[in-house]
Write a protein that binds this ligand. Structure first.
Ligand SMILES: Nc1ncnc2c1ncn2[C@@H]1O[C@H](COP(=O)(O)OP(=O)(O)OP(=O)(O)O)[C@@H](O)[C@H]1O
Ligand SMILES: [Mg+2]
Length: 451
């Protein structure tokens, strides 16, 4: 879409010239010869940018500026001015004009001023967008769950949040460790200070130390500037070490020392810098095993394991699943503007009975996908990933905590789906393979809601 520019200029040659040049440069241009007309056009149509002369008959450029700022603060105003008027132009900037260009100016100068504004506007839009997504994220970061194990997690969060003791969050991938870390920070007195995250699994060993503690200029080849590390950035706030088992063993004793005396030294520097930081750790690996295999220092483990918070996998707290389904359905229905959307019983049952090796993240993504794929106001089994809908019969849904009867049903359902798949959906053939009558197969299809 072309950017729209309004030019207000009383001098006809100038007006026509600018119109011609900017139109051929690809802008959608409109011109007016005085302030009053300019304002009235601006109020009827929308423009990205207004370029107005300062000296105009009737309403002058400053009056135009004021009006535009009140009607549409997002639109930019560039003031054209003669050299003698630079003082007024500066005043215009104070009152919200984006820039001024002194007459006479070349087409090139005009273009530069316009492009500078459009770039600024684009950045501003991006910032607004990011802020909004951030807000959405924060609002969304409600931890859903009713199981007693999740209640325990809530208790731990609230009791640890008000203190500065380290918290160690353990749980399989996708169980919500980061969510819990966020919650602790948000509920703490440090909530308005930075929450700085370090993904220990993602930082190459050679860069780790400088990432944590920063470096002085010239500390190593390539260190052209002084750089602060994450510890300094999180000063006053919280530092979150994700996948702490991946921190290089060579750095573990250094980290331990910092945790003990709250002093850091930038790489290549020698002054001690005091940092006031609360630390939270997450791990999906068993740290005791890492200690046994020599990858993790025992002393560091005892230092960080003051308040352990363990989040059990989703398959061990099935009573949370319906609440999570409802929560994510509501969220994604709103997000994708499908508030009227319903879910079919078979699809709902499939979501309920799946074992979720990828935990809450897997459930969340499945629902997001289903909402996106759904048609005609209904989420059906076919909108779910194969492993959840049971079409992919290789993946067992039987887990240790299912009762015997549930396991049998689950197995039976899978066998039937497999037979149907292999017979290309022909029920007579499938019944033969399964060694049951057609009538029994029909009954079972209905019972298990298999399409
Ligand atoms: N109890 C919960 N309620 C609502 N959303 C949750 C819950 N648990 C996890 N989630 C969501 O699931 C996704 C995964 O959570 P998170 O990133 O915190 O997991 P993780 O344990 O840090 O996983 P990984 O080890 O892979 O980093 C996130 O989008 C999070 O919002
Ligand atoms: Mg995580």
């Amino acid at each position: 879409m072309k950017n729209r520019i309004l030019i207000i200029e009383d001098e006809p040659t100038m007006r026509l010239g600018m119109n011609h040049f900017l139109s051929s440069a690809g802008y959608n241009v409109k011109t007016c010869e005085d302030g009053a007309k300019g304002i009235s056009v601006f109020e009827k149509e929308s423009f990205d940018l207004v370029i107005t002369d300062l000296k105009l008959p009737g309403y002058d450029g400053l009056a135009v500026l004021k009006r535009i700022r009140t009607v549409s603060p997002d639109a930019g105003v560039i003031i054209m001015t003669a050299y003698a008027d630079v003082k007024t132009a500066v005043q215009a900037i104070r009152e919200g004009a984006f820039d001024y260009i002194a007459k006479p100016f070349s087409n090139e100068e005009l273009l530069i001023a316009i492009e500078r504004f459009l770039k600024f506007q684009k950045l501003e839009d991006e910032v607004t967008y990011l802020k909004e997504t951030l807000r959405e994220k924060v609002e969304f970061e409600e931890i859903i769950g009713v199981s007693s194990v999740i209640e325990d997690v809530f208790d731990r969060i609230t009791s640890v949040a008000g203190t500065d003791v380290p918290a160690l969050i353990a749980g399989e991938s996708g169980t919500g460790k980061e969510l819990v870390a966020n919650a602790i920070h948000r509920l703490s007195k440090r909530s308005t200070k930075p929450f700085v995250k370090i993904n220990c699994a993602a930082i190459p060993e050679t860069l780790f130390e400088s990432e944590l503690f920063g470096h002085e200029k010239g500390a190593f080849t390539g260190a052209a500037e002084m750089r602060k590390g994450k510890f300094e950035f999180s000063n006053g706030g919280t530092i979150f070490f994700d996948e702490i088992s991946d921190i290089p063993i060579s750095l573990q004793s250094k980290l331990l020392r910092v945790l003990e005396d709250n002093l850091i030294t930038r790489l290549g520097g020698n002054s001690l810098i005091h940092v006031d930081v609360r630390s939270i750790y997450a791990t999906s690996k068993n740290l005791k095993e890492c200690i046994e295999s020599g990858k993790f220092r025992e002393d560091l483990f005892y230092r960080i394991n003051v308040v352990p918070i363990t989040i059990p996998p989703l398959r061990e707290r099935k009573e949370d699943i319906p609440h999570l389904i409802d929560h994510f359905l509501k969220h994604f229905k709103e997000k994708f503007n499908k508030v009227e959307l319903n879910i079919s019983q078979p699809a709902y049952d499939a979501l309920l009975s799946y074992s979720y090796p990828g935990n809450v993240r897997e459930l969340k993504h499945a629902i997001e996908r289903a909402v996106v794929l759904s048609k005609d106001g209904l989420i059906d089994v076919k909108h779910l990933p194969d492993e959840i809908s049971g079409t992919d019969a290789k993946i067992p849904c039987i887990t240790e905590d299912l009762s015997l009867q549930e396991s049998v049903r689950c197995f039976e359902r899978q066998k039937i789906i497999k037979a149907l798949n292999e017979s290309g959906g022909r029920k007579i053939e499938a019944a033969k393979v399964l060694g049951i009558s057609r009538r029994v197969l029909w009954k079972k299809l209905k019972e298990y809601s298999i399409e």
